[in-house]
Design a protein around this ligand. Sequence first.
Ligand code: C2O
Ligand code: CU
Length: 502
Amino acid sequence: MYRNRAGGPVTDERVARRAVLLGSLGALATGALVSCGGTDRTAGAGRLIGPNSAEVRDAERLRRTAGQRVVTHRITAQPATVDLGGRTARTWAYGETVPGPVLRTTAGDLLRVEVTNRLPAETSIHWHGVALSNDMDGVPGITQDPIRAGRTFSYAFTTPDPGTYFFHPHSGVQLDRGLYGVLVVDDPAEPGGYDQEWVVVLDDWIDGTGQTPDDVLADLLSTSGMGQGGMMGESMRSPLLGGAGDVDYPAYLLNGRTPYAPVTLTGRPGQRARIRIVNAGSDTAFRVALAGHRLTVTHSDGFRVEPVTTDALLIGMGERYDVTVDLADGVSPLVASAEGKTGAALALVRTGGGAGPGGSTAIPELTRRVVLGSNLRAGPGVRLEDRAVDRRLDVVSAGGMMRYRWTINGAAFPDGDPLVVVPGERLRLRLRNRSMMFHPMHLHGHTFGLVDGGARKDTIIVRPMESLEVDVEADNPGQWALHCHNVYHAEAGMMTVLSYRT
Ligand code: C2O
Ligand code: CU
C-alpha cells in the first residue's frame, strides 16, 4: 500500500486529488478542492475525477475509432525575432513565426503534437475550444505538470468536432507574447459552397517594444492601473462593451503584421470566401468589417449558427467566427478595429487589379450593424437538446482597476471553491458580470449553449452588469478551467475550475 507523507494510506480520493494539484498551483490542494465537502448535495459524497482517472480514459476511448487517422506535428516554443511589418520584435513564438503554424485535422482524427520547450520558462499548450481528453488540456496545476525548460511533452487526443480552434500556453501571461497558432478541424460532411478559405488571426501586441507582458502584469498589479505606464483603464471605453481593456497597446496585428505592411488575401470578383477569424489578443476585443462588403456569420467557436448577414462583428478574446463574403472587384481593407482603443489591425482583400477603397482603416461598415455572439442562434443540428436542468451554478465575476484583483464568486484563483458537477448532469451556469468591464468567459473541454436556442460557444462576452445563462452537458469528465480570457484578468484571479466528482 502507498503511504502519504503523514503516514496514512493513500486513498483513491487522495491520489485523484494529488493528480490535479501539480505544479505551481499547489495552493489549490488545501484551499479549493478539499473545501467543497459540506453544504452541496453531492460535493462531499463523491470522489474527485482527476485528469488521470479511469473516467477520463474511458471518455477518450469512446472518441477513438479503429483505423482512426493520426495527424502528427512537432512544435518548438522558443525565443524568436519576428518581422511585424515595419518593425521587428524579439518575442517568444511557436517556431520562427507569429502566428505559429496552422494545424489541420478532420473531425475524428487523432492529433499528436510533440511540444519542445526552448523557452527560458515553464510552459504548456492548451487546445482552446476542443472537447478533448482532460489530461491533454494543457493547464499546469490542473491537468498536467508544466513543461519545464528544455523538456518535451507529447499531446495526443481525438479532435471530435469540426471547427475553428486555436492553441496557446496556459502559463502566466505567455499568451500575450507570440505564442499562438490555429487548429482547423475539417468537417467530413462540409457542404462547401465557397471558393477561397482564409485564416485571419488578430492580436494586440506589446512584446519586444520595450516591455514584456510580464512587465505589463507587474505594472497592473503594483499600481492602481490609471495614468501609469501607458495603462489607462478608465479611458478605454466602448459604447458596446463599457470598460474595454486595461492595456493601451502600441500595435495591433493581423496574421502577425501591422497595418504598415499588411497581408494580402487574394481571390477573384464574384467568388465566395470563407474567413476563419480568431481573436488571439489578450486584452482587446476587435470589431471586424470588410469595406464595401457584408459578412455572413456561419459559425461561432467552431459550431454552426443560423446565418446572419451584418456589416461588422465584435470578437472577444478567445472567440472564433467563420464568415463568408461575396467578393467585389478591387482592393478592400479588412479592418479589425481595437474596440474602445486607438488603433486597428488590417489586411487587404484583392480581387484582380481594379481600384478599391485602399488601405484606410476608417471604413463606414464599422459603425453600422454590429453582431455579438449573444445575438446569434444555434444552427441546425447543433442546438443542445431540451432537457431538465439538474444543477444551477452562479459564476459571478467582479473586480476593478483601483486594486488590480479580479474574482469569481468572491475569490481570486486559486482561493475559492470549484464548481462541482456530476457526470451526466445538465448544468445551467449563470454568468453574472458585476464589474464595469466586459469579460469573455471561457469554459474548457465543453461547448455550452446559450439558453433558449442561442449559439453553441465556448467563449462568450459578458458585458458590464450583464447576466447570461448557458447550458452545459456534463459529458466530458475531468477538471476544467473556467476563466476570463483577458489574460491579465485570469492571472489576477478571474479563474475557477469546473470540477467533476462521482
Ligand atoms: Cu484559451 Cu483557458 O484558454
Ligand atoms: Cu475579464
